[in-house]
Design a protein around this ligand. Sequence first.
Ligand SMILES: *Cc1c(COP(=O)(O)O)cnc(C)c1O
Length: 355
Amino acid sequence: MRPARALIDLNALRHNYRLAREVSGAKALAVVKADAYGHGAVRCAEALQGEADGFAVACIEEALQLRAAGIRRPILLLEGFFEASELELIEQHDLWCVLHSLWQVEALLQAPLRKPLTVWLKLDSGMHRVGLHPEDYAAAYRGLQASGKVARIVLMSHFARADELDCPRSEEQLAVFEQARAGLDAEISLRNSPAVLGWPNMPSDWVRPGIMLYGASPFEQAQALAAQLQPVMTLQSKVISVRELPAGEPVGYGARFISERPTRVGVVAMGYADGYPRHAPTGTPVAIDGQLARIIGRVSMDMLTVDLSDLPQAGLGSRVELWGKQVLASEVAAQAGTIPYQIFCNLRRVPLSYS
Ligand SMILES: *Cc1c(COP(=O)(O)O)cnc(C)c1O
């Protein structure tokens, strides 16, 4: 059997969830959209079911998968519904629903509901992606309150630049939010992972941690609280072939690496078809039997190559950590010019195993 595996440490997931709640002093929706950022939404939700205040997903398809697996806690649809016809299922499965656009507010007001829903009314406080315009916000809130269609409204917004710790934009967004919600008596929710970890003074009744649950830092720089996160996923495989090259020999497609010295090359069963980033250049770290090494040459579809020259003990069958507790996913992502969010979400073909 091909040795590529993603090991998922559910105790680390619980540790990270508790950290989000502890540092924020708020209730926390565990964001498990996109199959829990590649970690397996059902298994992650089951692991948190006993303690999570609720879950958040992108769409009803993801929510129904959790309900079908027996997840009974609240589930928030972060983009609400895409068509008004989804409201029947939202009601039937007791889902919470973001309203991010006036057309959604209108559709809800028109919908024939048997019982009132919990909605999260989203403000565009400056990210300019989704969310109601500040001028429409209070009126929409009051319209919903008066309609009898909602049981509870949480006021929410989303930061565009919370991962930039010395950028004033999050404070500016907060000021827009505070002005738009003046006089509205409801719970609020503003903070994603970077805001939970890096913006301790942001008010919130509810936080919405995603990437931090999986143990990756949302920041490019080192940050004290982010250092307390425990990586959840270990992406690993094995060395399946070894060869000795003299100096001056090319390795792999495009001869992107040429040996400068006699080089022992290890071939690892892991490639871009597994989600390992093809843009990871020579020098990207890996750990081989617990020792740091680097990849060399181009990543191919099913294999990549590593330099074993300085690891005489390593060889055929050596265990390779592509990312995990020793090599951080955020380091690999940075080398490949992307973010840990994307390399987790890109994971495919690799069997997940849980402990
Ligand atoms: C995805 C998402 C989050 C989680 O963001 P992280 O940066 O992964 O913590 C929070 N809120 C909303 C609205 C989202 O779409």
